[in-house]
Design a protein around this ligand. Structure first.
Ligand code: MRU
Length: 340
């Protein structure tokens, strides 16, 4: 089952809002539908929304082909696509890559080149995740009990996953004994997606609620924590799904290694520290409700940040497609990500 793919002039997006009960695809040739799919989290996870964004820019270029102010219209659509979710940098990264192509092309060439770019981003993402998995395994010398948060798996990428890429490679090499998956309130990406994805691949997984992580660490049931990232800035501060920061603090107290797994496209070296990252605030009903059922007073005041920032000092290592960053600091990051 693929997270997203392009065929018959349409983008096919596995609708993750329906998982695990239904496996259905949104099939569309309209960039506005792709924007909606990103906003409602039908497609989610930093690398996957980067891929979806690249195809969305292509779809806009097809829609406006032959019209006056062609490039202006593509650029406006690109900004609409960029604005769908603010925290994951892969989205802006993909949009910028698409826009930077326009200057060197004449109008007739634009659609085919944008499509080729989107295909490349998708293929490159898959290959990078496999490398992340390989590098991740060099950190382990015995089978690990790993804890993960949210879903940084095949469903969050073009395939294989970042944090779950490490899980998958470790499983293949006999270096995994158990994955503890946080359920990840409010939208349950852990229970709905990670558990579903790992069970589908016969990888041992145990579901826990978010507030059970400390218990399992104190019991010695967690050897390491592996999570994905939405944006890693120059000093190593890392934005990821809300609740990641809690885990990093717990890991430090329990002296458990805390690993972040991400491709180079998740690094944003234009920001110097995590306080500069824009954190997406989402609909209060996501907190008031679970799967459409009200679990609080109807008008309860809610705060719903979708991400938090883990300071670099709490991160043992960042596992990238270009190698391991350890210790996590600006010099190491620039050396590995920027200059290679
Ligand atoms: O809101 P989501 O589901 O898009 O959040 C996803 C995460 O926080 C992931 O951990 C992150 O994007 C990395 S995915 C490889």
């Amino acid at each position: 089952m693929k997270t997203l793919y392009f065929a018959d002039q349409a983008l096919h997006i596995l609708d993750q809002t329906k998982l695990p009960s239904e496996e259905t695809y949104i099939v569309t040739s309209e960039y506005r539908d792709v924007c909606r799919a990103i906003k409602i989290l039908a497609v989610r996870g930093a690398p996957a929304i980067g891929v979806a964004a690249a195809y969305a820019v292509y779809l806009a270029s097809v829609e406006y082909a032959g019209q006056t102010e062609y490039r202006k219209k593509i650029k406006e659509a690109a900004e609409e696509i960029r604005a769908t979710r603010p925290t994951a940098v892969n989205l802006s990264w993909a949009v910028d890559k698409a826009l930077s192509l326009l200057d060197g092309l004449n109008d007739e060439e634009i659609p085919q080149e944008l499509l080729a770019l989107a295909d490349d981003i998708l293929e490159e993402d898959m290959a990078m995740n496999q490398r992340i998995g390989e590098y991740g395994c060099t950190l382990f010398n015995k089978p690990q009990k790993m804890l993960t948060h949210c879903n940084a798996g095949a469903l969050a990428t073009a395939g294989y996953g970042t944090a779950l890429g490490v899980v998958r490679s470790a499983h293949k090499k006999g270096l995994l004994s158990m994955v503890y998956a946080d359920e990840t309130r409010p939208l349950l990406q852990g229970s709905r997606l990670t558990v579903y994805e790992l069970m589908s691949d016969d990888i041992p997984v145990t579901l826990i609620t978010d507030n059970m992580a400390a218990y399992h660490m104190a019991k010695g049931l967690v050897d390491c924590i592996v999570v994905g990232a939405d944006r890693i800035v120059a000093n190593g501060d890392t934005a990821n799904k809300i609740g990641t920061y809690n885990l990093a603090i717990l890991a430090k107290y329990h002296r458990i290694p805390f690993y972040v797994a991400a491709p180079y496209s998740t690094f944003d070296l234009s920001l110097s520290e995590g306080t500069q990252i824009e954190i997406e605030q989402r609909d209060p009903d996501e907190v008031r409700m679970v799967q459409g059922m009200l679990v609080s007073p109807e008008h309860a005041t809610v705060s719903n940040p979708a991400f938090d920032v883990t300071p670099a000092g709490l991160i043992t290592a960042i596992i990238t497609d270009r190698g391991i960053i350890q210790p996590v600091n600006e010099e190491m990051i620039r050396k590995l990500v920027h200059e290679s």
